[in-house]
Design a protein around this ligand. Structure first.
Ligand code: HDE
Length: 701
C-alpha cells in the first residue's frame, strides 16, 4: 500500500495545541495535531459552538469564526466544466524511449528524458456528480510539465470526433446534454435532441459508429486507448515539419464491458472507474500507456481519399503504423480531489517548441476556447499559479496583478523594452530567438489560406467511407453490439418520429445490413438512403479498429470475484486465491456476511464485500467456492443466483466447486469453455470473455 503522506494543511506547523476538547452536551473533537485557526491565523478556542447571546439566545453577528467558516463553505463550489465535468485524475511520469530528434526538437521527446505529468480522464455529457459508466466518450487529457513549458495533450478515447468545425461545438453539446426544459437525461445520448442533431449532421456518422460500439463502455480507465485526434505537427531543430497523430496504447490492453453489465454497474457502484483507478495506484499496480505517433508528410496527405485536417477521419494504422516513442506511468494519486482534479486546467494551446498545430478547424477553435473557459471556471486570470497548473520549469514575463495574484514580483520591471539592467536593477526576462517557440510556417496544411471565407472544403465532404471502414473492421459480436446500441438509443427518441428514419437513411450509406438490423429492431420501415455529399469509397478493413481482435488474454490488473459461504473448503479457497494471484490477478472475496464465512477448517474468512451489495459485474471473472451445505443455503438467495446468472450473461469465466453445481443450474449457466472447475483451466479462462454466448450473435453475422 502507498504510504500516507504528512498533512499539508498550513496550520500543521503551528505549535501549542493545548489538546482541550469540548465535551459539553456530548460534543467531542476526536483529537488532532495542530492548532485550529481562522484563515487569517487567529487561533480558535471552540469549533463546536457559535457565539450566542445567552445559553439559548440568538447567534451574534460578531462571531467572525462562524462567519468565515460558513462564508468559505458557501463558496466551495466552482462552476463545473460545461463538458467533461466528471473526471478522475492522477499524477505520473512520461519517459521518452526513442530518439526522434529527426522529427521534433521538443525536450520531452529526448530519449531517456523523464517528465512529470498529470492526467484527467472524464465522461463528456454528465455533471460532476453523475455516474462513471454511461455510454459516453471518455476524455483523456495529459498535462506534461516539460522543461520547456507545459504541453497539454487533450484528447479522447476515440480517434475521431463528431464534428469538423468548432462553430458546431456548442450545438453538439447542447443537443447531447440533458434537455433544456426537463433537465434529463443525465449523462447519456439516448434522447430526442442528440439524435435530432446527429441525424441532421451526417459528418457525425463515423464517430457515431464508435460511440455505439463498446469503446464507450470501457472496463477501466486503465484499459482505454487515448488519441490526440487532430493532426498536429512535429518540428525538428532545422525547422522541418512533419504531420503527426498521437496515440496512447494501454499496457493492460483495451477492454470493454457489455451494455447490460454497464447498466448494472451504474447501480452497483457509481464510482466504478474512479475507485478502480485510485485503488490500482494505491495498491502499487501503476497503470501504463505507451505513447505512439503516426508520422506522415504532405505527399501522403494528398494521396488519401480523406482530408487529414478533418477530425472526423482517422489514418488506418495499416497505412501509417504507430511508432512507440515513450511510456506514461501513473504512480501517484491526488492528495486533494478539488485542488488537483477539479482545478486542473488543460489548454490544447499549450505546446513546447517542437510541437505545433495543423489547420484542423476544430483544433483551431479549441486553441482559444480553453483559455476562456478556465478564466470563467477558476475565476481568475492567474489560474496558472494553482499548483497543478503551474509549470515546473522557471517562468516569467511582464504580466501582472489580477485577482488572486499570489506572486510578489520585485522591482520596477513590469514593461519591456526597458534598460533598467544598465542601472543595476533587475530588467526582467527577455525573448529568445534561439530557444523560443516559433510558429511553423511550412506549407503543410496552409495551402488553402488566403481569402476570408465561411466555407467547408470539398475534401471534408465524405461522411461515410470511414464509418463503413469501422463497421467492416469489427467482429460479428462487435457488430451486433453496435446494431443493438443504435436500436436502444433510437428507441429512446420520443416525440420526434422523423428522427429514426432520418438516421436510418444515413446508416444505409454505411452498410445496408446494419441499417436493416436497426430498422428491424425498431420495427420501422427502411427509408430511402440519404444522398451523400460525396459518394463513399471502400477502404480496406483494419484489425486495429476492433477491440476483440486486440484483447490481451491476461489476468494482470483484472479482478476475480470469489463467492464463499459457511462451510467453504479452506484448501480449495486457498488454491484459487493463490492461482489468481500467481496470474497477477486480484482475488476479491464475497460472502453473505462481510464479517466473514466459517471455512471447513473452522477459521473465519473475512470478505471484501457482502453478497447483496457486491454483484458479479464488479469483477472480470468469478469463482464460486462452496460446500454442499453452502450451496444449499445460497441457492435460496436471489442475490447468489443473480451473481452467477450475470457472470454468465456478461460473458465471464465461471470457475466453480463441484458442490456449486445446483446454483449454476438454477442460474441457467450452460457449460462451455468459460465454465470450468477450479483447476488451472479456470485461471486461463478467467483472462478471457466468451462472446459466443451472446444470443443471436452468430445468426446476425
Ligand atoms: Fe473540449 N472542452 N472542446 N474537446 N475537451 C473542454 O475545457 C471545446 C474537443 C476535451 O479533463 C472545456 O476545461 C471546444 C475535442 C477533454 O479538464 C471547454 C471544442 C476533444 C476535456 C472545451 C472541443 C476535446 C475538454 C470544458 C470544439 C478531443 C476535459 C472545461 C472546438 C480531442 C479536460 C475545460 C479536463 C474540455 C471546449 C472539442 C477533449 C469548454 C470549443 C475535439 C478531454 O473549453
Amino acid at each position: 500500500m502507498a504510504s500516507k503522506k504528512p498533512s499539508t494543511t498550513p496550520v500543521a506547523t503551528r505549535p501549542g495545541n493545548g489538546g482541550e476538547t469540548h465535551q459539553d452536551a456530548g460534543q467531542e473533537t476526536g483529537g488532532g495535531g495542530a492548532v485550529l485557526t481562522t484563515n487569517h491565523g487567529v487561533p480558535v478556542s471552540d469549533n463546536q459552538n457559535s457565539l450566542r447571546s445567552g445559553v439559548r439566545g440568538p447567534t451574534l453577528l460578531e462571531d467572525f469564526v462562524l462567519r468565515e467558516k460558513i462564508f468559505h463553505f458557501d463558496h466551495e463550489r466552482i462552476p463545473e466544466r460545461i463538458v467533461h465535468a466528471r473526471g478522475s485524475g492522477a499524477h505520473g511520469v512520461f519517459e521518452a524511449t526513442a530518439d526522434i530528434s529527426d522529427l521534433s526538437k521538443a525536450a520531452v521527446f529526448t530519449k531517456g528524458e523523464k517528465t512529470e505529468l498529470f492526467v484527467r480522464f472524464s465522461t463528456v455529457a454528465g455533471g460532476a456528480g453523475s455516474v462513471d459508466t454511461p455510454r459516453d466518450v471518455r476524455g483523456f487529457a495529459v498535462k506534461f510539465y516539460t522543461r520547456e513549458g507545459n504541453w497539454d495533450l487533450v484528447g479522447n478515447n476515440i480517434p475521431v470526433f463528431f464534428i469538423q468545425d468548432a462553430i458546431k461545438f456548442p450545438d453538439l453539446i447542447h443537443a447531447v446534454k440533458m434537455e433544456a426544459d426537463r433537465g434529463y437525461p443525465q449523462a447519456g445520448s439516448a434522447h430526442d435532441t442528440f439524435w435530432d442533431f446527429a441525424s441532421l449532421t451526417p459528418e457525425t456518422t463515423h464517430m457515431l459508429m464508435w460511440a455505439m460500439s463498446d469503446r464507450t463502455l470501457p472496463r477501466s480507465l486503465r484499459m482505454m486507448e487515448g488519441f490526440g485526434i487532430h493532426t498536429f505537427k512535429l518540428v525538428n531543430a532545422a525547422g522541418k515539419a512533419s504531420f503527426v497523430k498521437f496515440h496512447w496504447k494501454p499496457r493492460a490492453g483495451v477492454q470493454s464491458t457489455i451494455w447490460d453489465e454497464a447498466l448494472k454497474l451504474q447501480a452497483a457502484d457509481n464510482d466504478y472507474h474512479r475507485r478502480d483507478l485510485f485503488e490500482a495506484i494505491d495498491g502499487g499496480d501503476f497503470p501504463q500507456w505507451d505513447l505512439g505517433i503516426q508520422v506522415f508528410d504532405q505527399a501522403f496527405a494528398d494521396a488519401q481519399p480523406y482530408d487529414v485536417l478533418d477530425a472526423t477521419k482517422l489514418i488506418p494504422e495499416d497505412d501509417v503504423p504507430v511508432r512507440i516513442i515513450g511510456t506514461m506511468t501513473l504512480n501517484r494519486n491526488v492528495d486533494n480531489f478539488f485542488a488537483e482534479t477539479e482545478q486542473v486546467a488543460f489548454l490544447p494551446s499549450n505546446v513546447p517548441p517542437g510541437i505545433d498545430f495543423s489547420n484542423d478547424p476544430l483544433l483551431q477553435g479549441r486553441l482559444f476556447s480553453y483559455l476562456d473557459t478556465q478564466k470563467s471556471r477558476l475565476g481568475t486570470t492567474n489560474f496558472h499559479r494553482i499548483p497543478v497548473n503551474a509549470p515546473r520549469c522557471p517562468f516569467g514575463n511582464f504580466q501582472r496583478d489580477g485577482q488572486m495574484q499570489t506572486m510578489v514580483p520585485k522591482g520596477r520591471a513590469n514593461y519591456e523594452p526597458n534598460s533598467l539592467a544598465a542601472h543595476g536593477e533587475d530588467g526582467g526576462p527577455r525573448e529568445s530567438v534561439a530557444t523560443g517557440f516559433v510558429t511553423d510556417n511550412a506549407v503543410i496544411g496552409a495551402d488553402e489560406t488566403g481569402d476570408k471565407l465561411r466555407i467547408r472544403s470539398d475534401t471534408f465532404a465524405d461522411h461515410y467511407s470511414q464509418a463503413r471502414l469501422f463497421w467492416r473492421s469489427q467482429t460479428p459480436s462487435e457488430q451486433a453490439h453496435i446494431a443493438s446500441s443504435f436500436v436502444f438509443e433510437l428507441s429512446k427518441v420520443g416525440v420526434l418520429e422523423q428522427v429514426p428514419p432520418r438516421m436510418l437513411a444515413n446508416l444505409r450509406n454505411v452498410d445496408e445490413g446494419l441499417a436493416k438490423r436497426v430498422a428491424a429492431g425498431l420495427g420501422i420501415d427502411l427509408p430511402k438512403a440519404a444522398k451523400p455529399a460525396r459518394a463513399p469509397v471502400d477502404m480496406a478493413p483494419s484489425d486495429t479498429l476492433s477491440i476483440h481482435k486486440n484483447m490481451k488474454p491476461t489476468l494482470e490488473g483484472r479482478s476475480v470475484g470469489v463467492l464463499i459461504a459457511d462451510g467453504t473448503d479452506a484448501a480449495e479457497l486457498a488454491g484459487v486465491v493463490a492461482a489468481v494471484k500467481k496470474a497477477k490477478g486480484k482475488p476479491m472475496l464475497v460472502a453473505p456476511k462481510v464479517g466473514g464465512a466459517k471455512l471447513s477448517d473452522g477459521s473465519l474468512q473475512q470478505a471484501y464485500g457482502q453478497l447483496a451489495g457486491t454483484p458479479s459485474q464488479l469483477f472480470d471473472a468469478v469463482a464460486i467456492v462452496l460446500s454442499e451445505a453452502g450451496c444449499a443455503a445460497l441457492i435460496k438467495q436471489g442475490a447468489a443466483v443473480q451473481w452467477a446468472m450475470d457472470a454468465f450473461g456478461h460473458l465471464k469465466a465461471i470457475g466453480a466447486s463441484k458442490a456449486a453445481g445446483p446454483l449454476l443450474e438454477k442460474a441457467g449457466v450452460v457449460v462451455d469453455a468459460g465454465v470450468t472447475d477450479l483447476g488451472p483451466k479456470f485461471v486461463k479462462a478467467a483472462a478471457l470473455r466468451f462472446y459466443d454466448r451472446e444470443p443471436g450473435v452468430r445468426d446476425l453475422a
